[in-house]
Design a protein around this ligand. Structure first.
Ligand code: TXA
Ligand code: MG
Length: 324
């Protein structure tokens, strides 16, 4: 099932020829192209239905390559890269000449990360350059965490899919802007604020959940087809049953505190107690409830500390206003 060396060599050739490759990473699957090929980058935006003003993450093969892609490497960036790469951390730095503006949505900064997945790292080594890759989903929908999700969502729009099994983190990387005096967390993810603070020895500002500056993060991002409504954990069952009575096809995220409680609903997902497991499964749950024909999902937020911050962020976005 896992891509082997023949597939990796083929994928590297597709990248060299200006094609698109779906790449497994530890966070989510990416839709990759040669980061230095503007025509290939244009194909990413076309395949995703994403406006070209939304910057991409450039994936590189190792922390020692950081200096090849940026203007300068601030001390904070060097420390974070050394500590967390390969891993679910993206650093925003001043763009080096090598990075075309098509990859950065016209910005003078570039987002870089080294993914912690053997298939992605083998592809980066075989290809030799940087791979620009957003999540391999249509713009605004849920990120794919298996190769099948990518095939179902992008079909022929992607030239080659590398299968690396299900993603182990399951949520997109943490994005930290290190261009200013203090690091700024733009998107919470697999590396938590607590992890960053422990390495840097400083306190970081808690980002206001509704004012994340990252372009490309519309309120409607990460949304399944079903409407998502967030309620207090204690109200999940009553809300779900009342909506089901109003003839909705309700999918329920049953919180661990209510495990085993019977619920009259169309579909029930038992939320895992472990935040790491919940993060890994979250997008799969949303897809599953869509597939089972739910038109409404009733969920609650986990405790917002450590990985719970990123889970809550994605649930809020899934519940955000549509058409934004
Ligand atoms: O885990 C991940 O980060 C996955 C895997 C494939 O690496 N990628 C991913 O890419 O989530 P995407 O394009 O779906 O989200 C990247 C985010 C976007 O919200 C984009 O706006 C932000 O990164 N971004 C990229 N470059 C930026 C920059 N120069 N300044 C600020 N934000 C940037
Ligand atoms: Mg995305």
């Amino acid at each position: 099932m896992f891509a082997g060396s023949a597939e990796i060599e083929k994928a590297a050739e597709v990248l060299r020829a200006g094609g698109l490759v779906a790449v497994p990473t530890e966070t989510v699957y990416g839709l990759g192209a040669n980061a230095e090929d503007p025509a290939a980058l244009a194909r990413i935006f076309q395949a995703k239905g994403r406006p070209p003003s939304h910057p991409l993450i450039v994936h590189i093969g190792g922390a020692e390559q950081l200096g090849d892609w940026v203007d300068e490497v601030p001390e904070t960036a060097r420390r974070l890269a050394e500590h967390f790469w390969p891993g679910p951390l993206t650093l925003v730095l001043r763009r080096g000449r090598r990075v075309p503006l098509e990859a950065t949505g016209g910005l003078e900064t570039v987002a870089l990360r080294v993914p912690a997945h053997p298939v992605a790292l083998a592809l980066l080594a075989a290809f030799g350059g940087g791979i620009a890759a957003p999540s391999a989903n249509r713009f605004g929908s849920v990120s794919p965490t298996t190769a099948d999700h990518v095939r179902a969502e992008l079909g022929d729009a992607v030239d080659f899919v590398l299968d690396g099994g299900p993603c182990q983190v399951g949520l997109e990387s943490t994005i930290v802007d290190v261009t200013g005096d203090t690091p700024n967390v733009l998107r919470p993810g697999g590396v938590t604020r607590e992890d960053l603070e422990a390495v840097l020895g400083i306190q970081l500002a808690v980002p206001a959940t509704s004012h994340i500056r990252v372009p490309g993060q519309h309120p409607s991002h990460y949304a399944p087809n079903a409407k998502v409504v967030l309620v207090e954990p204690a109200d999940v069952v009553a809300e779900a049953e009342s909506a089901q009575d109003r003839s909705h096809r309700v999918g329920v995220f049953l919180p661990p505190s209510l495990a085993g409680t019977p619920v009259k609903a169309h579909a029930v997902v038992a939320v895992p107690e472990s935040p790491a497991v919940y993060a890994r499964e979250l997008y799969g749950f949303l897809r599953e409830l869509d597939q089972r024909g739910c038109d409404l999902i009733i969920a609650s937020l986990p405790e917002e500390k450590e990985l719970g911050v990123a889970i809550a962020n994605r649930l809020r976005r899934a519940a955000g206003p549509r058409g934004a």
